[in-house]
Design a protein around this ligand. Sequence first.
Ligand SMILES: Cc1cc2nc3c(=O)[nH]c(=O)nc-3n(C[C@H](O)[C@H](O)[C@H](O)COP(=O)(O)OP(=O)(O)OC[C@H]3O[C@@H](n4cnc5c(N)ncnc54)[C@H](O)[C@@H]3O)c2cc1C
Length: 322
Amino acid sequence: MEKAKIVVVGAGPAGLAVGVEAKAKNISPVIIFEKAEAFCDTIQRLYRPGKRVDAVYRKMVIEPEGICRFETETKEDFLERMAKYIQEYELDIRYRSEVNAIEKGNGTYKVRVGSEFVAETPIVVIAIGIFGKPRKPDYPIPKEIKDRVFFEAPCECPQGGKVLVVGGGDTAAETACFLCEGCDEVYLSYRRPKFFRINPVNHENLEKKAQEGRVNLMLNTDIDHLEPDPEGVKVVFKDGKTMLFDRVYYCLGGSTPAGFLRSIGVEFQDGKPVIDEFYETNLPGVFLAGDIALEKGSIMAAFNTAHRVVERIVEKYGDLVR
Ligand SMILES: Cc1cc2nc3c(=O)[nH]c(=O)nc-3n(C[C@H](O)[C@H](O)[C@H](O)COP(=O)(O)OP(=O)(O)OC[C@H]3O[C@@H](n4cnc5c(N)ncnc54)[C@H](O)[C@@H]3O)c2cc1C
């Protein structure tokens, strides 16, 4: 595991600005993990070519407080500006690296990408924006069963019923084990003949539950589509077999930002993450920056959260990052 002074999750405007501000304060090493192949993925993907990037967005006039700033310009010019920041401040960005877990250790946090813990750090800044979404299957979900089909792991275990978990990664394994606590029957459908990307702990837990008969493993099963049924959800497999379930949980990767924060232990109140005036969560040393920390987001506001977060890190955790 690499050791870092700060780990930043997400290389959007907020995450990059955290990198810039930290570098300016001589904090090193700072590692930025980005799940996409390029920085500012939200902007690259969701802004049309030539779009005007407004410095005053949604009527919010925000004065820049830190190093990163911009005037209204095109998408391409804005991305060019961010590329220059990356170059000038020599930001260390690891692309194609989706952080899927952050675990508290002995005074530090361990950051997981894929099935491996890749970095250890006292400070984590989460700047993942609000546009993440869980992966969904290719076939449509009939509207009659939409309230029985989920694309994220449940926060609380539902009581009773026969449930199906779909997927072969860590989230699928963890969800299946978790659902055993309250559901009558738990099935796990995975289209490959064996699990190959779940971590050893989850694998062991899953095997144990399978041996106890609490999780029914259905390897080599591929779902063709779902149908509504008066009794619940009818799952039609590619080999023509059908099964009935009360609820179906797809765990196919990707997560909503709220799901991610909850999974690492960030507390929520009224549907919002609890943060203090410096954007620090209930987990000491874990900060939010950018859209995910704000009521109403914009690029300039994201830059400013980054500035304030780094100022606070230096003030409160100076001995850990210097
Ligand atoms: C169509 C559209 C037009 C807009 N126009 C304007 C405008 O004109 N002016 C303006 O100020 N604002 C505009 N906004 C809003 C602006 O884009 C956001 O406020 C800004 O992008 C927020 O920055 P951020 O860094 O918080 O999040 P994001 O830009 O969403 O960046 C988050 C980054 O984190 C990465 N990530 C997510 N999860 C993980 C993970 N688990 N591990 C690693 N990486 C992860 C993502 O791939 C992404 O690169 C617009 C938004 C949209 C959708």
